[in-house]
Design a protein around this ligand. Sequence first.
Ligand code: HEC
Ligand code: HEC
Ligand code: HEC
Ligand code: HEC
Ligand code: HEC
Length: 184
Amino acid sequence: MIKRLFDWLKQPLGLIAVGIGFLAVFSVAAYGLSTTQKAPEQPIQFPHKTHIAFGIQCLYCHPGAAKGPAAGIPSQAKCWACHQQIAKTETSELLAPLKEAVESGTPIQWVPVAQVPDFVHFNHRAHIAAGKNCEECHGDMSKVTIAENPQVFNMGFCLNCHIKSAGEDQAKLNKLADCGTCHY
Ligand code: HEC
Ligand code: HEC
Ligand code: HEC
Ligand code: HEC
Ligand code: HEC
C-alpha cells in the first residue's frame, strides 16, 4: 500500500498533488509570517541607525555574509570591546542589559527577523561574490532603529532577481531558475 502510494507520488499527477499539498500548508505558514512582519521585542533595543551613522561596516558585525551561508549576529564580546570605551555605556538604560550579559556571561538571545523556511537553501556568499548589496535584500538599514524584515522572502522575490540576473545567458537561467538550486 505504502509502496503503491510512493509509486503514484512519483507520477506527474502525484507530483502535482504533492505540490498542491505543499502550497496549502505553506500558504498558511506564509500568511502567519506576513502578519508578523514587524520588529519583535528584542533583549536589547539595538539601533542599527546609530551604529551605521558612526561608520561601522555591515561586514564588521556580520562577517559571515562574505564567507558562507549565514551572515551571523555579533557576540556580546564584540559589542563590549567597543562599548567599554564609551562613556554612555555606564549610564544608558538601553545598554544596561548588555553590561549585565557581559558581567554574568549569559549570551544575549536575539530574536531572528530575516529568515527563509528550512526547505529553502540560501547562501550569502554566492550573492556577495556576485556583487549584490545588503540593501537589495534587507532594505536601507541606516534608517532602521530596531531591525525588521522589509521584504517577505517569498519565491517570487528570489526568482525575479535570478531571472533578471541571468539575462540572455540560457545556461545561467537554467541553473538559477532550477527548483533544485533552492530546494533539495
Ligand atoms: C555594531 C554591529 C552591527 C552593525 C554595524 C550592523 N549590524 Fe545588523 N545586526 C546587529 C545585531 C546585534 C543584530 C541582532 C539584533 C536585531 O535583529 O535587531 C543585527 C541584525 C541584523 C539583521 C536582522 C537579522 C535577523 O534575522 O535577526 C539584518 C538583516 C542586519 N542586521 C543587516 C545589517 C546590515 C545590512 C548592516 C549594514 C548596513 C548591518 N546589519 C550593520 C549588529 C550590527
Ligand atoms: C565599534 C564600536 C561599537 C560597537 C562594536 C557596538 N557599538 Fe553600540 N554604540 C556605539 C556608539 C558610538 C554608540 C552611540 C553612543 C552615544 O550616543 O554616545 C552606540 C550606541 C548603542 C546603543 C544606544 C545607547 C543609547 O542609550 O542610546 C545601544 C543599545 C548599543 N549601542 C548596543 C550595542 C550592541 C548590543 C552591540 C553589539 C551587537 C554594539 N552596540 C556594538 C558603538 C559601538
Ligand atoms: C540576495 C539577497 C541577500 C543579500 C544580498 C544579503 N542578504 Fe542577508 N539574508 C538574506 C536571506 C534570504 C536571509 C535569511 C537566510 C536564512 O534564513 O537562512 C538573510 C539573513 C541575514 C541575517 C540573519 C542572520 C544570519 O546569520 O543569516 C543577517 C544578519 C543578514 N542577512 C545580513 C546581511 C548583510 C550584512 C548583507 C550584506 C553584506 C546581506 N545580508 C546580504 C538575503 C540576503
Ligand atoms: C538581488 C538579486 C538576487 C536575489 C533577490 C536572490 N538572488 Fe540568489 N543569486 C543571485 C545571483 C546574481 C546569483 C549568482 C549567480 C552566479 O553564480 O553567477 C545567485 C545565486 C544563488 C544560488 C546559487 C548559489 C551557489 O552556491 O552557486 C542560490 C542557492 C540562491 N541564489 C538562492 C536564492 C534564494 C533562496 C533567494 C531568495 C531568498 C535568492 N537567491 C535571492 C541573485 C539574487
Ligand atoms: C531562487 C530560489 C527558488 C527557486 C529556483 C525555486 N524556489 Fe520554491 N521557494 C523559494 C522560497 C524562498 C520559498 C519560500 C516561500 C515563503 O516562505 O513564502 C519557496 C517555496 C516553495 C514552495 C512552498 C509554497 C510556497 O509558495 O510557500 C513550493 C511547493 C516550491 N517552492 C516549489 C518550487 C518548485 C516546484 C520550483 C521549480 C519550478 C521552485 N520552487 C524553485 C525559492 C525558490
